[in-house]
Design a protein around this ligand. Structure first.
Ligand SMILES: CC(C)(COP(=O)(O)OP(=O)(O)OC[C@H]1O[C@@H](n2cnc3c(N)ncnc32)[C@H](O)[C@@H]1OP(=O)(O)O)[C@@H](O)C(=O)NCCC(=O)NCCS
Length: 184
């Protein structure tokens, strides 16, 4: 499915501007409120975060955030790519590390309900893939993109349809979280 021509997809440049910060926080909060079952972060906790906490997430050098806007400038979809790194982050699921390979983690994918089934998520995943393929030059190491998704949400089928293969499984708050990955 080609990316629909009436939308624009772009990376949020670092350091993020005030306008991008405000639009991203608004979109993120909408997603957590409307689709709480899809995310481990709770809306109530995200609401309590300070401007600086949101900004440090957008400006994290190991995270590249993407957004999609309509022709009138309304932001309707977002996701981010986390770069696995030696010093990384507690939040990279340990089981998703693949020794000798360069990993990337897809994070926080959300498309506004009024804009679904038009290929926006597919387009964001493609943009995330393009970013990961180009990241760090030609190191020679095989690259892969991983994602974690609750087993009971529809996104699991979408990832499988896009060629992600289930690799891991863990329990979190009584639900099963599946880890999938795809060679880049
Ligand atoms: C899952 C989600 C990101 C999909 O976004 P989208 O822009 O509608 O996805 P696309 O249009 O790119 O869909 C591509 C394909 O994935 C599959 N797919 C997408 N949503 C699906 C659903 N709800 N049920 C079953 N299959 C689905 C379909 O095969 C679809 O192709 P088709 O429309 O030609 O049938 C969106 O529904 C969403 O934001 N959900 C809530 C948040 C969430 O679960 N995020 C993922 C967290 S890991």
């Amino acid at each position: 499915m080609p990316f629909p021509s009436d939308y624009t997809i772009f990376p949020i440049l670092q350091p993020a501007s005030d306008d991008h910060l405000a639009k991203w926080v608004d979109l993120r909060l909408q997603g957590l409120k409307l689709d709480p079952a899809s995310f481990s972060t709770r809306y109530e906790d995200a609401m309590k975060k300070t401007r600086e906490e949101h900004l440090s997430r957008l400006n994290d050098p190991l995270i590249r955030t993407l957004a999609v806007e309509t022709a009138d400038g309304t932001w309707v979809a977002t996701a981010a790519v986390g770069i696995f790194n030696d010093q990384s982050f507690g939040w990279v699921p340990e089981k998703l590390w693949e020794d000798g390979k360069k990993g990337f983690l897809l994070l926080g994918l959300w498309v506004h309900p009024g804009h679904r089934r038009k290929g926006l998520a597919t387009g964001i995943i493609q943009a995330a893939t393009d970013f990961a393929r180009g990241y760090g030059g030609a190191s020679g190491a095989e690259k892969y993109m991983a994602v974690e998704v609750y087993e009971d949400v529809a996104a699991l089928k979408m990832y499988e349809g896009l060629g992600f293969k289930a690799k891991t499984s863990r329990e979190s708050d009584g639900r099963t979280v599946v880890g999938l990955s795809r060679v880049l």
